[in-house]
Design a protein around this ligand. Sequence first.
Ligand code: 0A1
Ligand code: ZN
Length: 857
Amino acid sequence: MRTETPIAVKLADYTPYPFDIEHVDLAFDLDPDATRVTATLKLSRKSKGSAPLVLDGEALKLLSIAIDGRALTPSDYTLTDHDLTLADVPDTFELRTQVEIAPSKNTALSGLYMSGGRFCSQCESVGFRRITYYPDRPDVMSRFFVTVTADKAACPIMLSNGTPGEVTDAGNGRHKATWDDPHKKPSYLFALCAGDYDVYRDSFTTMSGKQIDLAIHVDKGDADRAAWAMDSLKRSMAWDEETYGREYDLGVFNIVAVRDFNFGAMENKGLNVFNSAYVLADEDSATDADFEAIESIVAHEYFHNWTGNRITCRDWFQLCLKEGLTVFRDQNFSADMRSRPVQRIKDVIRLRARQFAEDAGPLAHPVRPANYGAIDNLYTATVYEKGAELIGMLRRMIGPEAYRQGMDLYFDRHDGQAVTIEEFYACFADVTGKDFGPFLRWYAQAGTPQVTVEESWDEAAGELTIKLAQATPPTPGQPTKKPVPIPLELALLDGKGGTDAWMTVLDTAETTITRKTDGGRPLLSVNRDFSAPIRVGRDLTRDQRLALVVAETDPFNQWEGVQTLVTEEILKLSEGSQAQPDSDLVAAVAEAIGNASGDPAFAALLTRLPEVGELFLERKPADPVALHSGRKRLQAALAATLAPTIATTLAAPSPTPYRPSAEQAGVRALRGAFINLLGASDDADAPKTLLSLYRHATNMTERLAAMRALTMKGQSAERDEALADFEQNWKHNPIVMDKWFAVQAGQGTAATVAELASHPDFDLKNPNRVRAVVGVFSTANLAAFHAPDGSGYRAVEDIILKADAANPALAARLLAAFEQWRMLEPRAGAAAEATLQRLQDAKLSPNSADIVGRALG
Ligand code: 0A1
Ligand code: ZN
């Protein structure tokens, strides 16, 4: 049966909900197969009228319904598979419903479900309607009181939002807990978790002296592995007080780690639920990247308490109001915990790899779209990452003090409300007197603006004239674009460390700037610190670019200069399989890496070559196989030039004892980068060296880097040995085994995917495992995924279809990997199109149908 694409929901159609809900009383009688949920809602009509009461509800079995104690019969209401309508209700009344749900059968992981034998909920964005009948929209905010009754042995711990009451006996081996949340919240922030956990506890004293009980709930035996997450939480709490003056507002803060989770984590009020991969870490099993990710995700979810929970979104179109702002906040937290320039580079790598790619393909959409098909598909790099860049530009344009004043006003003015982007910017307009109308275009226009730079030098006048022209390419549904205000940080460099830096806001299609200097023609540095999320076009020769890298005083642009040089070189190499890397360029890059040895984390980033997916944006049609081969040849040349440095660096011992500190992580990042280069090197002894590095590694970062480098080299006895050893040692730790699956999916072929999918530990119901295989293969192994014979697509097609039947949100995300298909060389492009057509002709979930439909355009 052919799939129907979902009907679009439009921003312009927004109307307020006609009822207020003053109070919600939820009683859960937990049972994996038949949980009873009794909901008592105190409702009142907002204004005179006769609007019916419409409540969302999906996959619910309605057992009873009553108004003010009077039981209703089916003739009193209309029930469909997605809502319950009561045409005739009083102005003020109490509605009581009782429904039955089956958490054990909930494979979509939205609503109430089971993971590892424990109850767990996920309500954002529309999961609450799978728990009870309710206006499941963010602008209906209410006070929740929750009662949970469960089996004492199976669920010694029962958690929900807010403040816990007494746990009392309920007879029949069951007990009952109560939770009262004093803060009004929308239904998407509701949470319930119950089961047998080990708990890691601590406390935090807030700036006003309140003591908060902190607890992280994990699988039995895992408590020690929550120490870093707890440490990150306490640092986040302190940071939000110092940086934004925001204090925590409940007496308890609970985190629950679950193995089966569709996303990274969820900011439910007072009860954050996390994918266990972003909670559990210890020095043996976790990499530095794991520690870093845990730190930033714990911070992200905690920061949502103010940006998202206390002030939430009026509707899902405003998602960036909470997500872009909270990503901006967590990025700055990480920058303060670690190195600001290194953090900026990593944020930009992520933005370009994911968001620029999204912006350039059929799934492109504005940060605040005007319509959507399936809400789950709106959680994109554009909303999150570009959304964060927009807040960064706002702060750059008005300065840190006005930014803080605007945020203070926002918190004061809108606490307890569900608001829009306009209301957010009105706070900054009020504190600065500026008009943000033109800036809001960034929220409405999709596509990455391109800024073209031309310079001319007047020797006699000592003046550099800079012509800047901006244009944003067409995107689906938006053929023409207006100019947007672009805060561009620029500098003139004299080559001796002298820097004349300033910021200009480009608010028209063309801007010309003339700058006077003394002391000869300066070099121009543009978009320093990546001040705006744009692509910069400059017609410079290799030597001009090299000179700029040497003269550069902005660390971001120094790195960017090297990235541009190596990108151009890979593009050249990908044109002819015999072409040899430019040895001058390789020597210059090696020298830059050597010069950065005092800051190993930065040096490690200089060794990085852009990924094949990023190169798609530079060369159309893109030939992933040729790009991959060009990239590998450049990597091999770099490895050869750096061979002595690599050998001495790796011969030295790794820092011990292991600490997840930024300093140690930087040292290991460079060691890991060198191990990676060995994986690309042509040295015949490399497999032996790598196996020895694998065997002697004292930490997971280097062990994993060595195993990955061995798989880069294709089949070898050393590779097999490392993979077998790793599996043997870590088979009982699913988070570590995800890495074992991911390393192979990231390097192998379609046959590797088939092999991994038939491994006894491959589990279609576990999103982390599916992503480790299909997600990594389709986003990080593009030469194999986009193989011209279509084998890569065939390898994932069946798995995605099966996943879709159980968990549409997971499958839809995996399908987004097809978004670049129109950029591909003709054979791969045709195979991708045929695959998408086949998928469209299969019976897909609305989530997946939305992605496939838009991808085909
Ligand atoms: N709000 C969470 C992540 C999240 C995203 C999508 C969801 O459902 C469609 C649920 C949760 C965060 O930003 O961390
Ligand atoms: Zn978030």
